[in-house]
Design a protein around this ligand. Sequence first.
Ligand code: AMP
Ligand code: GLY
Length: 431
Amino acid sequence: MKILVIGSGGREHALVWKLAQSPHAARMWCAPGNAGIAQERLAKNGVLVECVPMSAEGLPALLDFAKRELPDLTVVGPDNSLAAGIVDLFQQHGLKIWGPNRKAAQFEASKAFSQDFMERHGIPTAKSGTFSEPAAAKKFAASLGGRCAVKADGLALGKGVLLTTSVAEAESAVDEIMVGKAFGAAGQRVVIQELLEGMEISLHAICDGKVAKLFPTSQDHKRALDGDAGLNTGGMGAYSPAPFLTDAQLAEVGDAILQPWLRGCAADGIDFRGLIYPGVMLTKSGPKVLEFNARFGDPETQAYLTRLENDLVELLVASVDGTLGGVELRWAANASVCVVMASGGYPGDYAKGKPITGIDAADALPGTKVFHAGTALKDGQVVTNGGRVLGVTAWRSTLAEARTAAYAAVEKIRFEGAHIRRDIAAKALDC
Ligand code: AMP
Ligand code: GLY
């Protein structure tokens, strides 16, 4: 098969790496890819994955490419391409593509859509309201005592959420989003949720429009600094499994969310074929969904795909074809930890073009893979090219061993200004 992967982050490197292991993959492109993706070879024939310099959001150019090269499967990583309707567009041209269509991608593209859906279909979530007027938003925030999550409705690179603990803070958060337009048009409406307390986990389930197959648990680390301090980032590290739920509890939580979600999709005429990723808070009064994403998590994917035993090509094809019911997900009985190495200053301003050394030495360690995110090749040298630069991932029989191994691999890698969190997976080991 010929496969086209859309995107350029650590998630897409993990997808390419896993897809490339499939005996079905005979040729692969990634648009636009990164320096690590360009070094991957297909297990079937040793052929290199080809990075094609096209933006993940440039739908007309991607369509032209696909009409010319006729991939048998296109796999979409990022939310923006999905929200822009890449799946509908490719399908209109008879091209097989994995990911939710535009209507289904609204679960991520509009928090107001998701919140309304959850309330109508009985999915456990935070108490909330949706507003297009600042005055009404502030009144609701005050009714929660100012203890709120104030969220821009639309896509905002994972940054459109402000957490507040007083009425004054909540009011200024509403002003920042709705009046100051801190997240642009994404903040024309806001969703305000009550502030929930508890352990946050990531759930992933792959769906084929009828059936949803739940992955094991994982946990991201969204804040920039140790101890969950500092600004929100795209994710500074992840691991799987997260030991805060037993298998039986996970199945229960999964059912409590996914069964009403599937019934709701059927009732509302939403044909969701792709990956649904609910962010869940385990509160004292039960699990509650904070938000839905409609794609693989980054960096959760790096932890998941290093544990997945299924052929990913077959899995994604079953998701598109509606045949997931007959597929059993198989996971290695191990644990995987991904530590993100970021550019100094991220998620604020940071420099690019810093030479990176030691990747090969880290990759040579057993059960270790360095996934690239913001990297580029400059005169034959891998250099930094983004905020999150690398996702250094190790898998071992226990979480403690995987964590030690991931940090040992990080030690081999150097670039100027590199920033990591030192406490990835620490909560799991303390519990
Ligand atoms: P979201 O993009 O909606 O997942 O929000 C980003 C982050 O803000 C989440 O990962 C949580 O850590 C936090 N968050 C979102 N909603 C809430 C809430 N209702 N209560 C507490 N924390 C929240
Ligand atoms: N892990 C955070 C995200 O993918 O949105």
